[in-house]
Design a protein around this ligand. Sequence first.
Ligand code: AHM
Ligand code: MG
Length: 336
Amino acid sequence: MAGMTTLGEFIVQQQHAFPHATGELSSLISAIRLAAKIVNREINRAGLSPDIIGAAGQENVQGEAQQKLDVFANDKFKAALEARGEVCGIASEEEDEYVAFSGERGRNAKYVVLMDPLDGSSNIDVNVSVGTIFSIFRRITPVGEPVSAADFLQPGRNQVAAGYVIYGSSTMLVYTTGNGVNGFTYDPTLGVFALSHPNLTMPKDGKMYSINEGNYIKFPTGVKKYLKYCQENDEATSRPYTSRYIGSLVSDFHRNMLKGGIYMYPTTQSAPQGKLRLLYECNPMAFIAEQAGGSASDGYSRIMDIIPTELHQRVPYFVGSSNMVADAERFMEEFK
Ligand code: AHM
Ligand code: MG
């Protein structure tokens, strides 16, 4: 169709524009595109299918109830990534340990993928947006050997690509390979993702803050003071800001990226490390934020500089418009 660039075409164009880019990464992103379409199909008809809606009756390694769609999405993404042969192993929020792809192609592949196959999945049963988040690294162990934990425990700054799929009022795939951020909207009648948001940039300032204020009493003082600041009246800085919290990181982040805003999940007394996972949620969204001109912090320093020590490690998280994140950091520092 005239004027339309599909994700497939865009991937090929990128390969021509960056001659050092290998076809392997392109093929890997195509695998994610395929799994996203399959998961999208199930999510769209979730209310019609008792096989899909509701709890799976088991818990993940972090003791959280898995939804049937969590398990479904994990299986689909894992299978698509293994079948394409560009990935030597994956780590997932829904798997206890990393999974090595031990077939010949898997052993010889260069990339590892870390993912949250269905983020915000408690929203499924009530028809609210959810997402998939992925993070791609080049392995550090030699090709041909089995992957090891070290391949997965790399700092976010080593990511070669990251992205998310948002299953919202429309479905979008947004990703970066370190040359800016591009967004593709799914056209279900054609079965293609079409480039709808080229070169996404996040406003430096914003007027929205997203946090679960039900936890207010348990927040660190710096966060309480920053929230007070967000709610004060000041014409020059357009305060008070607006509060918006969907409870689905991908959706809250996506809105803040388009409109300007900050998303926060700080430490609380009951979650002393925060709730969100560094490897599956915070690093990939941080890479996208930075590529769009925003920033991501644990309240004091850059998320992508943290050296991970465990697969399911949690961190406090502040992500979004760079001036807003800097303001929040100032309050954290002042009221340490
Ligand atoms: P999940 O990966 O188990 O779905 O948890 C992550 C989600 C985020 O998408 C969301 O922002 C946050 O948890 C909401 O948590 P809370 O309900 O504590 O506000
Ligand atoms: Mg999640």
